[in-house]
Design a protein around this ligand. Structure first.
Ligand SMILES: [Mg+2]
Length: 321
């Protein structure tokens, strides 16, 4: 493949990986690791279990993680970069539509719901973000890691992308972590270097999150049952992001297994797998994913088209500047 083709493949891989992880992981959202192991690990699309947030979705449908990621990607594309006003308006509209939809309203997290309400009642994006330290701003942030090459710019824009909905220091730090890791993975850094560069940026916002990411990397050769119970798999940023880094690092040479590991971690499996998928897709490109995962995915063409637009923007920027 020519360098441009490799690059395009990775842009698509990153966004598709996030959506595939989300669509696979939704089947186990809110289920404990113990219960997942009792009924068997999930490796393919299917209906989410009765009583879980995505139980009315079809197999291969994704959840709010991917929807929010696409909102952010479209805002970046239409504004030639991060524009907090525009992104907040789009999030407020997206949230309003989703909350009116009987199928989609169930999977909106507490921080997003609160922020959407504030944004829709006229509160500025600077003050609308929730203080709940949940993972919503990390699960959607991958496009920021694709849209900029410079790591300082990525860090700065990941922070801005978090504030309108997730304004706690841990949520901001988590968005920074995933955006930086996506770019470092895209650049095919060694796994250890991806972790240390990610932690260097993350620690500026939340030392505890940076330490826990480092810890999850150190545990990469330990048994998943032990690690998931040690790290925790809840929807809080302090659990979700380190968990995704564990899955990524443990299966660094076998990334399809990394996604399956994340899908079956228990707890917030759609977000853990979405973040893992974005990182492995950025590193390996879209060819890594089995055809059945790509073909069965909701709105695959739209996701690909969005990634290609980011790729083309970056290519143009390289020629112009
Ligand atoms: Mg979700």
């Amino acid at each position: 493949m020519y360098p441009d083709e490799i690059s395009k493949n990775k842009y698509i891989g990153c966004l598709l990986g996030a959506a595939i992880g989300d669509a696979l992981g939704k089947q186990n959202e809110g289920i404990t690791r113990e219960d997942i192991l009792k009924t068997g690990c999930i490796k393919d699309y299917g209906k989410a279990k009765e009583g879980t947030p995505g139980d009315k979705l079809r197999p291969g449908d994704f959840t709010d993680d991917t929807e929010q990621m696409l909102v952010l990607a479209r805002s970046l594309i239409d504004n030639n970069g991060m524009d907090a006003d525009d992104f907040s308006k789009r999030m407020a509209k997206w949230g309003n539509d989703a909350l009116k939809d009987p199928i989609r309203k169930n999977f909106i997290g507490p921080s997003s719901a609160l922020a959407i309400e504030r944004l829709n009642s006229g509160v500025s994006w600077k003050w609308s973000g929730s203080e709940i330290p949940s993972c919503g701003s990390a699960m959607r942030v991958a496009p920021v890691g694709l849209f900029y090459k410079d790591l300082d710019e990525i860090e700065e824009n990941a922070v801005i992308s978090s504030i309108p909905t997730h304004n706690s220091k841990t949520s901001i730090a988590g968005a920074v972590a995933v955006a930086i890791a996506v770019r470092c993975a895209f650049d095919e850094m060694e796994c250890e270097d991806i972790i240390s560069r990610t932690c260097a940026s993350t620690s500026k916002y939340d030392m505890d999150l940076a330490e826990k990411i480092k810890f999850s990397f150190e545990l990469r050769n330990n048994d998943p049952d032990e690690v998931f119970s040690k790290i925790g798999t809840s929807y809080l940023m302090i659990d979700t992001v380190p968990c995704a880094f564990y899955c990524f690092a443990r299966h660094f040479k076998n990334p399809e297994h990394g996604i399956i590991e994340a899908v079956n971690a228990g707890g917030d499996t759609d977000s853990i797998a979405c973040i893992t998928g974005a990182m492995v897709g950025a590193f390996y490109g879209m060819d890594l994913f089995p055809e059945r995962w790509k073909d069965g995915l909701e709105n695959k063409a739209l996701i690909e088209e969005t990634a290609v637009k980011i790729f083309e923007f970056m290519k143009h920027k390289q020629i112009t500047f």
